[in-house]
Design a protein around this ligand. Structure first.
Ligand SMILES: CC1=C(CCC(=O)O)c2cc3nc(cc4[nH]c(cc5[nH]c(cc1n2)c(C)c5CCC(=O)O)c(CCC(=O)O)c4C)C(CCC(=O)O)=C3C
Ligand SMILES: [Fe+2]
Length: 380
């Protein structure tokens, strides 16, 4: 008899969940090395880096993202325990401690052989999906070089249209509308914001058949925005005008990125006589630096200068419905891997996405090995 307990049947074949995130600095001394990790080989102008460094120093050199991931990690563990799931949950980052390679090494040494990954990015795109798969491949290569047995690593499908993500965002939008002065509320515009990416990267996001016209990245965000607009209309009886806009543009100015920027959009709204706006950061799963600085600091200052009343919807963070959604996605994927019947929850027009990224999904500028996809060199 083995001294290991049998894996819990509902989560089999998986023996662990990996929470995979971006990472952020936790003090002033971390800021520059963190930015070096993020931007290695990416051709980001020096001035942009200095500018982004200032955002972090404004907050004492501490990004909120790690604390938010600790909260999410704790919430997932409690939710699993409350639902009788015996699946250990570990956390690793792309750019800061705990680094993915260290986490994956601990997991391999603890005997985990089938790992399911949940990344803190809900959409298709190079930065939000393939780059995490490249990070997994890099970590596996490092373990391989150390002679460790390699676990098989899978990744949960994009969850932008899962009710666990959409439902809390609807409530957050309603709450942000309620924060506006009553006389401007009914006329408020909804500005759905997400991270800008180079248009070339947006156009090739998602599976090859979805490339062009902003690709899966833009289509998925539009789907979420429409869902929120419809639900808000059902609740309030008001049809709020809306637009998908972008924030946190980086890169050299001659390379086109998705537009309009939230700041320009607020100016346009003001010029066209809009009475108020709600910023809804559907591109992010927690209130990290892009939200705290680019929206709550910069965009709010711009709105104040214009005299445009604004409020900002909160992100899902560790909302219990989001955490329950993560559990449902784990159970869904485990069942699919066992060949059992699965119900794939998805709202909106696009339907549930793929479990395994196909060849040619969200390519980077340079082809690099990526795990957890059809093109993975680490496939079983
Ligand atoms: C699509 C997307 C997401 C959402 C999906 C996901 O969540 O993964 C995201 C998240 C995040 N991005 C973050 C931070 C940064 N992103 C940068 C740079 C870049 N982001 C890009 C895209 C995205 N980024 C791109 C195309 C670049 C250009 C360079 C490159 O091609 O890689 C830079 C360099 C400086 C700058 O130029 O801004 C920093 C510091 C943090 C941590 C925040 C914190 O500390 O709280 C988080 C969660
Ligand atoms: Fe970023």
């Amino acid at each position: 008899m083995s001294d290991q307990p049998d894996p819990s049947p509902v989560t089999a074949p998986y023996d662990a969940l990996l929470l995979l995130s971006f990472g952020g600095p936790e003090g002033p001394d971390d800021v520059v090395p963190f930015l070096e990790n993020v931007t290695r080989g990416r051709g980001i102008p020096r001035e942009r880096l200095e500018e982004v460094g200032r955002h972090y120093f404004l907050f004492g050199g501490v990004s909120p993202i790690n604390e938010q991931n600790r909260e999410l990690l704790g919430a997932i563990r409690r939710d699993f325990a409350d639902h009788g799931l015996d699946l250990p949950v570990h956390w690793g980052n792309r750019n800061w401690a705990p680094f993915l390679t260290d986490t994956l090494r601990d997991m391999a040494q603890a005997g985990h052989r089938r790992i399911l990954t949940f990344a803190t990015s809900a959409y298709a795109s190079y930065s939000g999906c393939r780059q995490y798969r490249e990070n997994l491949a890099e970590a596996l290569a490092a373990l391989d070089a150390e002679g460790l047995p390699l676990p098989r690593v899978d990744k949960i499908r994009h969850y932008f249209n899962h009710p666990g993500f959409v439902t809390p965002m609807v409530d957050a939008t309603l709450a942000a509308l309620a924060e506006l002065p009553e006389d401007v509320r009914a006329g408020a515009h909804l500005a759905f914001t997400t991270h800008s990416v180079p248009t070339a990267s947006a156009d090739t996001s998602g599976p090859p058949e979805e490339h062009g016209d902003g690709g899966a990245y833009v289509a998925e965000h539009l789907d979420v925005a429409r869902l929120i607009v419809e639900r808000v209309r059902d609740e309030t009886g008001t049809d709020h005008p809306w637009r998908l806009v972008y924030q946190s543009r980086s890169g050299p100015p001659h390379i086109p990125w998705l537009e309009p920027d939230i700041g320009d959009h607020l100016e346009e709204l003001h010029a066209s006589g809009a009475p108020a706006a709600v910023m809804v950061p559907i591109g992010f799963v927690s209130d990290h630096m892009e939200v705290k600085y680019d929206l709550d600091t910069e965009a709010v200052a711009k709105a104040a200068e214009l005299g445009l009343p604004v409020s900002r919807a909160s992100t899902v963070g560790a909302d219990p419905r989001f955490v329950a959604g993560i559990r449902e996605l784990v159970l869904e994927r485990a069942a699919a891997e066992r060949g059992a019947a699965v119900e794939r929850c998805a709202l909106g027009r696009l339907g549930p996405g793929h479990d395994v990224c196909p060849v040619g999904c969200c390519p980077g500028r340079v082809p690099l090995p990526a795990a957890a996809g059809a093109d993975s060199p680490w496939a079983p």
